[in-house]
Structures are given as structure tokens and as C-alpha cells.
Design a protein around this ligand. Structure first.
Ligand SMILES: NC(=O)C1=CN([C@@H]2O[C@H](COP(=O)(O)OP(=O)(O)OC[C@H]3O[C@@H](n4cnc5c(N)ncnc54)[C@H](O)[C@@H]3O)[C@@H](O)[C@H]2O)C=CC1
Ligand SMILES: CC(C)CC(=O)C(=O)O
Ligand SMILES: [Mg+2]
Length: 356
């Protein structure tokens, strides 16, 4: 199989972790007889430095011409003072929107050997943890009308959260279909006690659940969900929620895996072209030290193999290699525990690639 992959290395630790995922993809290509070729795409702070814009039109075109996109992370303190539309993070929102990637899947799975790294109580962790957050990705407050205006002699800034029925329905379907392949349980998370957009969210979800009588369904308010994720994460199978709630809850859920460096993601729309990225950011505090955890990016590449290229065996091989490395006691600094062997970012990538 020949595939063209757009690589957005981005900023901060982005280039370090993407390099490790590429090592793993190259090993997959070698072992299974595929050809993966890469197109370098500029987006984020590095694109601002090179072109003055976080997402040049040429970058969008390159992504559209590729079979899929692998992204590290964008942003960092160097660009923090820039105005809203010129910020590196806008590149991320821009690509997601330009490619129509409404469905962001963020699996939070505790690998058994990392149970010790999980900050939750052992009795909560016992038996394993495995949930998926299905996050709506191109609507809600990150894409709503916004402005900063002068009001009563002072600055007033606003952002608006809004959803159309069809936007809620299509992400709801993704969640119900996913639940059918898992433990058949959907928790829809909203703030329907306050927000109109959440009340519509709930109305559409309730309509949809009639089509999935085999799936257990419940509503949960987002503040309660934040608490329940720590108190009893084992109660969740598939969580479906709007853009910002999903963003926040998935960072929280990463703690059940031991580290934010462990959660991958896929972002898909109607077709097979997707964008794959770790859920974390550019981690400016550890950039250039070769200590970042590349596993989330490597597992994102595994999701690309499964969902965009329909290569389940190859994807399984990558996930098994990650499991094996962890079982053998190799760790990056963020998941290090006593008796284990500390690896750098690049050593971890090489070790996983060697086991594919
Ligand atoms: N998808 C993206 O490109 C995202 C970009 N950002 C941007 O990244 C920059 C930094 O944001 P923060 O709030 O600091 O969030 P962050 O996720 O970059 O870092 C939070 C903490 O987690 C650690 N961490 C993150 N990834 C890690 C990894 N792979 N291995 C080990 N430790 C890791 C960092 O060292 C830091 O202590 C900001 O400019 C932000 O806007 C934030 C989130 C997502
Ligand atoms: C620009 C932000 C929405 C990125 C982020 O935090 C995320 O997608 O998780
Ligand atoms: Mg986030």
C-alpha cells in the first residue's frame, strides 16, 4: 500500500515526538511491505516565524492532497503575546475545520504495567481502566462568534457557544456506533441546567438514543463528570461531549493512564482522511531535553493505520509493541517508577519501533 502522510511537526516538543512516530511508521512499512511517504507541512508558531501566518493556504492544500495528517503540537510562550487570529493554536482549529474533522476520539486506557504510575487509589485502578472520549471538534465555543469591544468605557470580550442539530446528531452517532463495538454504554456530558446549547444537545441525544435501544444511555452534567472521572472512572465506557468540555475532560482523563503523554487521538470527518495527534500540547517546559513521552504520538500513528488506512494488523503490531516495551519495564520520565529503566524520548521511539 502506498500512502502520503502530511507531517506537521509544529512547535516545542512537536518535532521530537513526531520523529519517533515516523521511526515506527517506517518500521511498519518495512515489515508489512508498504510505502509511506511524507510531506512536511508548516503550521503553528514555526509557520508564523517563516511566513507571518500560523496556517498558510499552502499548508491546508498539502493536507488536503495527503491521505492523512500526523501532528505533533503547536504553540508556546514565544507567540503568547500575539492577537487571537494570529496565534499558533488557530492553525490547529483552522486545519480541523478546513478538513471537516468533526469527530475527535480520545481513548484513555491504562496499560497494566502503568498501574503504579496512576495517581488514583489502587482499588479504583484494579481491574483496569478503559474509556473513550468522543469530542465534537469543529463547533461550540472555539468556533462561535467572538469579539473584544468597548463597553461602558472598558474592554468587554465574549465568545459564544452554539450548536446546530445536525452537528450534535453526527457526533452522537459516532458515540453510539462506537459503544456498540465496546461495552455498549454512552454517557452524554453537557451543562443543560444552564446552557441553551446543552439543552439542544440533550434533546438531540435523547432522540438518537431511541435508535440505539441496545446501548445504555445516561446524561451527566460536566461538573459532576469532572468529579466522577477521579472518583470512579470505571463507570464510563464512551463519553460524548461538546468541543471545550471534551478538551478539558480528556486532559483530566489522561491521569488515569499515568500521563498526558499516553493519550493519542484521531480526528475524522465524513471520509477516511484524518488528522492524528497526541492530546497534549507543545510542553515548552521540557522542550529540547529529549525527555518527552512519544507514546501518545506513536499510538496516534497506530490509530491512523487503523482508521484512515484500514490496516488493523499493522495498528495492532504498534499497540502490542508499546505494551511490550512497558511490560519490559522501560519508561520515559513522566511515567517512571522504581525498578524501571529510564529511557529518553528517542530511545523509547527506537525501542518501540524495534518491536514492531
Ligand atoms: N494540540 C496542540 O497543539 C495543543 C497545543 N497547546 C499549546 O501548547 C502550549 C503549552 O501548553 P500547556 O498548557 O503547558 O500544556 P501541555 O500539554 O503542553 O503541557 C502540560 C504539562 O504536561 C507535560 N507534558 C505534555 N506532553 C508531554 C509528553 N509527551 N511527555 C511528558 N510530559 C508532557 C508538560 O511538560 C507540562 O508539564 C501552549 O501554547 C498551548 O496553547 C496545548 C494543548 C494542545
Ligand atoms: C487549540 C486547542 C483547542 C488545542 C487543545 O487543547 C486540544 O485540542 O486538546
Ligand atoms: Mg487540549
Amino acid at each position: 500500500m502506498n500512502k502520503q502522510i502530511a507531517l506537521i511537526r509544529g512547535d516545542g516538543i512537536g518535532p521530537e515526538i513526531v520523529a519517533e512516530a515516523v521511526k515506527v511508521l517506517d518500521r511498519v512499512a518495512e515489515r508489512f511491505g508498504h510505502t509511506f511517504s511524507y510531506t512536511e507541512v508548516l503550521a503553528g508558531g514555526c509557520a508564523i516565524d517563516a511566513t507571518g501566518h500560523p496556517l498558510p493556504q499552502d499548508s491546508i492544500e498539502k493536507c488536503k492532497m495527503s491521505d492523512s495528517v500526523l501532528l505533533g503540537a503547536v504553540g508556546g510562550p514565544k507567540w503568547d503575546q500575539l492577537d487571537g487570529s494570529l496565534r499558533p493554536e488557530k492553525a490547529l482549529l483552522g486545519i480541523r475545520s478546513a478538513l471537516g474533522l468533526f469527530s475527535n476520539i480520545r481513548p484513555a486506557r491504562l496499560f497494566a504495567p502503568l498501574a503504579h504510575a496512576c495517581p488514583l487509589r489502587p482499588d479504583i485502578v484494579a481491574g483496569g481502566l478503559d474509556l473513550v472520549i468522543v469530542r465534537e471538534l469543529i463547533g461550540g465555543v472555539y468556533f462561535g462568534e467572538r469579539d473584544t469591544v468597548l463597553k461602558n468605557g472598558e474592554k468587554y470580550a465574549y465568545d459564544t457557544m452554539g450548536y446546530a442539530e445536525h452537528e450534535i446528531e453526527r457526533i452522537g452517532r459516532v458515540a453510539f456506533e462506537m459503544a456498540r463495538k465496546r461495552r455498549k454504554k454512552v454517557t452524554s456530558v453537557d451543562k443543560a441546567n444552564v446552557l441553551d446549547s446543552s439543552r439542544l444537545w440533550r434533546e438531540v441525544m435523547h432522540r438518537l438514543r431511541e435508535e440505539y435501544p441496545d446501548v445504555e444511555y445516561s446524561d451527566m452534567l460536566v461538573d459532576n463528570t469532572a468529579m466522577q472521572l477521579v472518583r470512579n472512572p470505571g463507570q464510563f465506557d464512551v463519553i460524548v461531549t461538546e468541543n471545550m468540555f471534551g478538551d478539558i475532560l480528556s486532559d483530566e482523563a489522561s491521569m488515569i493512564t499515568g500521563s498526558i503523554g499516553m493519550i493519542p487521538s484521531s480526528s475524522l470527518g465524513e471520509g477516511t482522511r484524518g488528522m492524528y495527534e497526541p492530546i497534549h500540547g507543545s510542553a515548552p517546559d521540557i522542550v529540547g531535553k529529549d525527555i518527552a513521552n512519544p507514546v501518545a504520538t506513536i499510538l496516534s500513528a497506530a490509530m491512523m493505520l487503523r482508521y484512515s488506512f484500514n490496516l488493523p494488523e499493522e495498528s495492532d503490531a504498534v499497540e502490542s509493541a508499546v505494551s511490550q516495551v512497558l511490560e519490559e519495564g522501560y519508561r520515559t520520565a513522566d511515567i517512571m517508577s522504581e525498578g524501571c529503566t529510564l529511557l529518553s524520548c528517542s530511545e523509547m521511539g527506537e525501542r518501540i519501533a524495534a518491536l514492531v
